[in-house]
Design a protein around this ligand. Structure first.
Ligand code: UDP
Ligand code: MG
Length: 333
């Protein structure tokens, strides 16, 4: 029996490029005869005729499935839905706009066959400095996020990826709504293998993810994966309080005990300014304390599994304790 591989394709207003994308995909899959495929098109509330195009494809090709969302939920949720419905031993996420090269599918599957449970496509295009939103900002974003969260995130990593079904099973347990799918997959902690690729030009149409939508995604990703911004006030407060307290102390000594040898002539006003700074710092610190509790609530409400056990690579897990661990919030891949 051949292994089933799911291909999940999020679709939002792609009517013009879709048929061509399908042809390319079909060609690439034709050279992968050792697998069976299901093609899950997730129509994310397209306002154009994308659904009709998919229906026509489904009429000719029994591998094609259509997952129709009632409205536009955004790509993150669309890919999540596709993942939930995928039945394959491996699941490939790929954009419908032709930017993710289907020519890399054999390489991805090969890595999976050789034991990789997560294969991630990484953009290798050297981005011209002028392309702020598609180049520099995302890079900076991933670097910051990678540093300040538990998820290992490589700059340039994309949604073009392959997940083993064990990874998918754990991913399905993450319930948070405002999500950045690739960030959550990275958070799970499976060691990925990387494939570099240069994104092609869009087959047609315009990218629907730009400007504001991109910024919102970045914010959601950051807030869901990192608590660093929440603690910012606390750190700023500590620096300001510490700095002004030190300055007050030094100046007091210099002005009174030593008789102002540096001729600073700090009057009452000067001390008043420092005192205000000190208080501002204390306020920030107390905000930081609030933030710490908020962070606590935040992680509790995310309701993620406590840990992910790599059951394929564990030895003699106690059968009777497995259910217990599962109800206690652990999960097995
Ligand atoms: N997409 C989606 N829902 C949306 C926006 C986009 O399912 O709300 C799909 C889109 O059809 C495409 C993929 O997500 O297959 C990537 O979208 P886009 O090309 O606009 O993003 P970019 O390549 O600029 O990241
Ligand atoms: Mg695109």
């Amino acid at each position: 029996m051949k292994q089933l591989v799911s291909v999940v394709i999020p679709i939002y207003n792609e009517q013009d490029g879709l048929a061509r994308f399908y042809l390319k995909l079909n060609q690439a899959l034709g050279r992968l005869g050792k697998y069976r495929f299901e093609l899950i098109f997730v129509n994310d509330g397209s306002q154009d005729d994308s659904a009709e195009v998919i229906r026509r494809l489904a009429a000719k090709d029994r591998r094609v499935r259509l997952l129709q969302l009632v409205r536009n939920f955004g790509k993150e949720i669309a890919t999540t839905a596709g993942l939930h419905y995928a039945a394959g031993e491996a699941i490939i996420l790929i954009d419908a706009d032709g930017q993710h090269p289907v020519s890399l599918l054999p390489k991805m599957l090969k890595k999976w066959q050789n034991g990789a449970r997560l294969v991630i496509g990484v953009r290798r295009d050297r981005l011209p400095a002028g392309r702020l939103f598609k180049g520099m900002l995302p890079r900076l974003f991933y670097r910051l996020l990678g540093r300040s969260s538990d998820a290992a995130i490589v700059p340039g990593s994309t949604d073009f990826r392959l997940l083993d079904k064990s990874v998918k099973r754990v991913f399905s347990k993450l319930k948070e709504r405002r999500r950045m799918t690739r960030g959550l997959i990275d958070w799970l902690g499976f060691t990925p293998e990387y494939i570099a690729f240069t994104p092609a030009a869009r087959l047609s149409g315009k990218p629907s993810y730009s400007g504001a939508k991109r910024l919102k995604l970045a914010l959601d990703g950051f807030v869901s994966l990192s608590l660093a911004p929440l603690y910012f006030a606390a750190w700023a407060g500590l620096v300001i309080t510490g700095g002004s307290a030190l300055a007050i102390l030094l100046l007091l000594i210099e002005q009174t005990l030593l008789g102002d040898p540096w001729q600073l002539k700090v009057g009452l006003a000067g001390f008043a300014v420092l005192l205000v700074l000190l208080l501002a710092g204390l306020l920030l610190v107390s905000q930081g304390i609030l933030a710490a509790y908020l962070a606590h609530i935040h992680t509790e409400t995310q309701n993620r599994p406590l840990y992910v056990i790599d059951s394929a690579n564990s030895i003699r897990l106690n059968q009777r304790k497995r259910n217990e661990a599962a109800t206690a919030g652990g999960t097995e891949a």
